[in-house]
Design a protein around this ligand. Structure first.
Ligand SMILES: [Zn+2]
Length: 463
């Protein structure tokens, strides 16, 4: 056995010591980023970001006690730092909360004794806390031990969340009820493609959740009755998919009913009742099925061909393989829509863009809003005239693009400007003179800043 030797040679650092030092420097740099952002917000608060005489919406991004900022601050901050609008808003809110509500934790970040992601989670979780509750959380989580490490860096996030829950409930016993109401008002369901499967996440009312849960088990039971031996979890997933296919559910219940009758009726006859109340299943299931088919569920697929890579992809799904295409087509009635040539100019005489023009523009810029770094889907976005219709701007493919509501408002009420130097290319200039080139769903920040912005010209004319 090798003898242990204790040395006080702290000068020789190994790789892990160097890694830890680097991590502390990252934390300090993050702190410097939030300081710079807060200082910037303080400067722009003096001057209105919105058009002179126009709308200037003030909003509080952070928790109570933090200053209000222009609603459109996130438009300038997000793209400048390579973030979407919501990413910019989150960063602003966290920076303000750290500065005004969580100063002790912020000091820990300045010292490099805690990772930024940890205190940003605390900022988010305490955003609705009162000033007193936030101060309590700040004091408890920043409490240092003998070597100066704050509590937040010595426990897991589960323990941090527990402490925050204790603070909230102790100081506001009515809060759980409050929170439940808020949760109910914030229900949502999202489905997104991920590596060959669709992921789903969301919240339902307790009642709906319970019924859906039972319904899935009922379908799983039927599938198993008919001999499907796949794992329970897979069958639940199959069952959820079947809820959107009334035809296949009808077929399933019909087959179960037939199998049960065939297996001798008697005691099983009662079980059929559980299926008799399925919509359209009473009397003549076959006729109901036919009627439903002719009622035609339709699926519209936008298939894109990438000339550069020679691959096909489906909008909102991404690149697809041949067998995936066959699976999708095998499940649905298919409508083939005439190809919309993105390079053709579609024109209209009035102010309102016709559906075909809106559809064409919705397919451009990789089907997202044309604002720098925005990721919102173009299909549900507003149609915007690049040159205002009132100023002679035509309603056509070249003068139109799709903007999400937030960025449409920003373009309308602030001095953001956009031009369209060529098909599928948008050149944006921010009120502060930053310029961005948006094309094919990508944003490139152009170097330097334009000095003679609309805003500066206004300032000069006022002076
Ligand atoms: Zn947008």
């Amino acid at each position: 056995m090798r003898a242990a030797t204790l040395t006080d040679n702290t000068g020789s650092k190994d790789g892990l010591d160097i890694a830890l030092d680097a991590r502390r420097r990252i934390a300090k740099s993050e702190a410097a980023q939030y300081d710079a952002l807060t200082a910037y917000l303080g400067q722009v608060a003096e001057e209105s970001l919105a058009r002179a005489g126009g709308v200037n919406e003030w909003t509080r991004y952070g928790g109570s006690g933090t200053p209000s900022v222009s609603e459109y601050a996130a438009c300038e901050v997000g793209p400048a730092l390579g973030l979407s609008a919501s990413g910019g808003r989150d960063l602003i809110a966290d920076a303000l909360d750290l500065t005004y509500r969580l100063p002790q934790l912020f000091a820990c970040l300045h010292e490099g004794s805690v990772d930024a992601w940890r205190i940003r989670k605390v900022a988010r979780k305490t955003r609705r806390f009162t000033i007193a509750q936030a101060a309590d959380a700040d004091r408890r989580l920043a409490a240092a031990n003998v070597d100066g490490t704050p509590l937040i860096a010595r426990v897991g996030m589960a323990r941090v969340n527990q402490i925050l829950d204790q603070i909230r409930i102790t100081e506001d016993p009515d809060d759980p009820e409050h929170r439940r109401n808020e949760n109910r008002n914030r229900r949502s369901v999202s489905i997104w493609p991920d590596d060959g499967v669709a992921r789903i996440a969301g919240t339902l009312s307790l009642d709906d959740g319970k019924r859906l849960d039972q319904r899935l088990d009922q379908i799983v039971e039927s599938l198993r009755f008919l001999g499907d031996n796949r794992a329970y979890d897979i069958l639940r997933s199959v069952a959820l998919g079947m809820l959107d296919e009334p035809d296949s559910l009808d077929d399933l219940y019909h087959q179960v009913a037939v199998a049960r009758c065939g297996s001798g009726g008697g005691a099983d006859a009662g079980a059929d009742d559980s299926y008799a109340d399925q919509p359209g299943d009473g009397g003549s299931p076959e006729r109901a099925r036919r009627a439903r088919r002719s009622g035609s569920r339709q699926t519209v697929l936008y298939v894109h061909f990438d000339r550069c890579w020679g691959t096909w992809s489906i909008e909102d799904v991404g690149a697809i393989t041949r067998s995936e295409a066959a699976e999708i087509l095998g499940h649905s009635h298919v409508t083939v829509k005439p190809v919309i040539d993105l390079e053709t100019t579609i024109s209209a005489t009035g102010y309102v863009a016709p559906p075909r023009l809106k559809e064409q523009l919705g397919l451009m810029n990789a089907s997202i809003c044309t604002f720098p770094h925005c990721t919102r889907p173009a299909r549900v976005a507003d149609y915007d005239h690049i040159l205002n219709h009132a100023d002679g701007g035509p309603t056509d493919s070249r003068n139109g693009h799709r903007l999400c509501r937030y960025h449409h408002r920003a373009k309308t009420f602030t001095t953001w400007q956009v031009s369209n130097p060529g098909p599928g290319i948008w050149l944006w200039q921010s009120p502060a003179g930053r310029t961005y080139l948006v094309t094919g769903g990508t944003t490139t920040r152009l170097p330097g800043r334009v000095t003679n912005t609309v805003q500066d010209k206004r300032k000069q004319s006022v002076a």
